[in-house]
Design a protein around this ligand. Structure first.
Ligand SMILES: Nc1ccn([C@@H]2O[C@H](COP(=O)(O)OP(=O)(O)OP(=O)(O)O)[C@@H](O)[C@H]2O)c(=O)n1
Ligand SMILES: C[C@](O)(CO)[C@H](O)COP(=O)(O)O
Length: 236
């Protein structure tokens, strides 16, 4: 049987850095909840067998009706960290029939600038790859290291050559990713992305060019940037 493609959207964070009065994925941007844009991009990709949204067990904001008629499933199995939410989401996908050989595209709910074209470019680049990989952007700015005291004085300038910023989606075989996260957990690591777990297993994920518009909404000023990007996208 051919491998299928699943999407997993970790959506159980609190957005503590965002300054929003609710988890940032539910904040309204350009007239829609941030999560709406994320789901819409995946809904527009019929090549995906299913999109699973992982929310917190005590989430009081998520309302599936507001996202109708988009295709997705929801599980209240979010964990204390992003890694735990992804692990629980992978378990849920397997309970509903996904297999080790199927691919999963893990994408932050908080990256609403993702587009169907970017999702397809990742799938096209990686579908024949032995490991999988991630969307990412080469670092564009000059990098400064602060002194050991962690203040605001520059200790030195770091070479940026060969450095990329990790984005999502991150695409791996479900079996390999579950094994990688289990290994990371056994070794006491709580990692910030899927690629780190795959690396910990000893593999080298590929980098696929992402886009600035696919930035992660993290800080208060990011909502205005998302609004500008998403308003422009809506008018195209
Ligand atoms: N326990 C967690 C923590 C994060 N996430 C999700 O992982 C993505 C990226 O995480 P991040 O931006 O760090 O989100 P938050 O944890 O919500 O933000 P903060 O770190 O500022 O609290 C988000 O879509 C977030 O909802 C999750 O599903 N479960
Ligand atoms: C997965 C991720 O979005 C890649 O950049 C990121 O690692 C998760 O967010 P955090 O801000 O590092 O917690």
């Amino acid at each position: 049987m051919n491998s299928r493609f699943f999407a997993l959207i970790p959506c159980a964070g609190t957005g503590s850095r965002s300054g929003a009065p609710m988890p940032k994925q539910y904040r309204s941007v350009a007239g829609r909840e941030l999560l709406h844009y994320t789901l819409a991009a995946f809904d527009a990709c019929p090549e995906l067998a299913q999109t699973l949204v992982v929310i917190s067990p005590d989430d009081t904001h998520f309302d599936a009706q507001r996202f109708a008629p988009m295709r997705f499933a929801v599980r209240r199995c979010g964990g204390a960290s992003r890694q735990a939410s992804v692990r629980n989401g992978l378990d849920a996908l397997c309970e509903t029939g996904a297999t080790d050989d199927d691919w999963v595209l893990v994408h932050d709910a908080a990256r609403p600038g993702i587009t169907p074209e970017l999702i397809r470019s990742l799938i096209a680049a990686l579908a024949e790859d032995a490991v999988g990989g991630i969307m990412a952007l080469p670092v564009a700015d000059t990098l400064k290291r602060v002194d050991a005291a962690g203040g605001d004085r520059i200790a030195r300038t770091e070479p940026r050559s060969g450095l990329w910023q990790a984005q999502t989606p991150q695409m791996f075989r479900i079996g390999m990713l579950r094994e990688a996260i289990a290994r990371a957990e056994r070794d006491g690591h709580d990692l910030t992305d899927e690629a780190s777990a795959i690396e910990w297993l000893g593999h080298a994920p590929r980098l696929v060019q992402g886009s600035l518009r696919n930035f992660k909404v993290t800080y208060p000023e990011d909502f205005a940037l998302a609004e500008a990007i998403l308003t422009h996208g809506a008018s195209r």
